[in-house]
Design a protein around this ligand. Structure first.
Ligand code: PFF
Length: 458
């Protein structure tokens, strides 16, 4: 029996939904911290180059597989070449893991919106913001409840389907996201001393360009663009044959990179000015510890704090939706389940993984869990670090490598190109794209995986 599939109602709808997937915690939560950690301008430069030379080609390859097969990621590989079905399976597993921690962090964001809406009382003490955050994430139940609320919101959207749920919501939420981001950027760059912070952000210090910068930039680029695990196959499968794929992929990459850099401009200078370079080095908790401290010292800080966490929420929601949709598409198409049934089946096991992630946030509890010992050196938040490193540094680059090899050497760039041009357009960079997907992108990924694993950073 042929299943009826969803389809984007408009070209803008697709671009906004796919940009919604790409623009997420990665852009606003991870990118500014990484720019600061890897030395400012050098990282931005490497990042932009990697997006153009590796991220864009892989994204275009993924979307073309999706539109060609009109299937979820597992079904797509099965249709094109049975022996590569496993790659789709790896994608779905990676997505499942990502969603489990994405929801927990989404829950933290909701909690912080509530805190700002109710007066931003973080208590007193020598380090109130740090204490508040650590205290909150160490609680056994409350973070889980917020995570459940976040997941429920994703389910609410995804259950409504592609055009009536995801597309409709993205068309409304993405413009809101841009407006909030612009408001924060204007606030940030008009603060006294912002020039110095901007200089810190954009100065390329030659000594900071090294293997680590490249590893960081590649992992960040794939994660941020949502490529390497089949989301773009799924979203591409809902695209009509009249859509210009190369243009859409370029737009999505452009929007994602612009938002990341704007988030850097919004965050790095204010933190730099208020707390100095040390404020930037707070890793994953950066947004939740350094920024509230910054907002507290800024005129109108409560409003901007609230806006910031709303921004983070919108970004996280539209990304989590894409992850959930990709898993749901897999279950509905491969096992002929209804959307709601598929969602329930996903959410139950995921709740356990999310709970593990959330419960492991307490430092003492972690020390008592022997299976975290292998992750020595991952400091305070082992499961957090283990899951994130597992997906960002290993699974996503491996998945992206698989896409390059599959499209470049198995399915063939010829087939992919005829799909890319199926709308009747002419793709001007055919030869460069083929070269990038067959040679350059895989070589860069292998090199960087070697670096990551070889240096024990995996
Ligand atoms: N691209 C999203 C971000 O930057 O936060 C996160 C993400 C979504 C990663 C979907 C992976 C994914 F499959």
């Amino acid at each position: 029996m042929k299943q009826s599939r969803g389809q984007w109602a408009s070209s803008l709808g697709f671009i906004l939904a796919a940009s919604g997937s790409a623009v997420g915690l990665g852009n606003i939560w991870k990118f500014p911290g990484k720019v600061a950690a890897y030395g400012g301008g050098a990282f931005i430069l490497c990042y932009v180059l990697i997006v153009a030379l590796v991220g864009f080609p892989v994204m275009l390859a993924e979307i073309s597989i999706g539109r060609n097969t009109q299937k979820n990621v597992v079904g797509a590989f099965r249709r094109l070449n049975r022996r590569w079905t496993f790659l789709g399976g790896i994608g779905v597993i990676t997505l499942f893991v990502i969603l489990s921690y994405y929801c927990v962090v989404g829950g933290w964001v909701l909690k912080y919106i509530q805190v700002y809406l109710t007066g931003a009382d973080f208590g007193t003490g020598a380090t109130p913001y740090q204490d508040y955050f650590v205290n909150f994430i160490s609680k056994p139940v409350e973070p889980l409840l917020w995570g459940a609320v976040f997941l429920a919101l994703c389910v609410y959207v995804v259950v409504r389907g592609v055009s009536k749920g995801i597309e409709k919501v993205s068309k409304f939420l993405m413009p809101c996201l841009f407006l909030i981001l612009l408001a924060i950027v204007v606030r940030s760059i008009t603060l006294p001393g912002a020039g110095e912070g901007l200089r810190y952000l954009f100065t390329v210090r030659p000594g900071t360009v090294n293997g680590n910068t490249l590893v960081g930039a590649l992992g960040q680029a794939f994660f941020s663009l949502s490529v390497g695990m089949g989301i773009m196959v799924t979203y591409g499968s809902y695209v009509s044959k009249t859509e210009n794929l190369a243009k859409s992929a370029a737009f999505i990459c452009g929007i994602d990179t612009m938002v990341a850099i704007l988030a850097g401009i919004a965050i790095v200078p204010v933190v730099f000015v208020t707390l100095g370079a040390d404020g930037l080095g707070q890793g994953g908790g950066f947004a939740f510890m350094a920024l509230p401290e910054v907002f507290a010292q800024m005129p109108g800080g409560i409003v901007f704090g609230c806006l910031f966490f709303m921004l983070l929420f919108l970004a996280a929601l539209t990304s989590a939706i894409s992850v959930l949709e990709s898993c749901v598409a897999f279950l509905t198409e491969e096992f002929h389940l209804g959307r709601l049934k598929a969602i329930v089946l996903l959410v139950i096991p995921m709740a356990f993984l999310s709970a593990g992630y959330s419960l492991s946030q307490s430092a003492e509890r972690n020390l008592n869990l022997p299976w975290f010992d292998f992750a020595s050196g991952v400091q305070m938040l082992p499961m957090n670090a283990v899951l994130e490193k597992f997906t960002d540094n290993l699974m996503i680059p491996l998945g992206a490598l698989g896409f390059c090899l599959f499209v470049g050497w198995v399915w063939g760039t010829k087939n992919a190109l005829s799909e890319i041009e199926a709308d009747g357009s002419r793709f001007r960079f055919k030869r460069s794209w083929s070269f990038l997907i067959r040679f350059l992108a895989p070589a860069v990924i292998v090199l960087i995986l070697y670096f990551t694993l070889g240096k024990g950073q995996g």
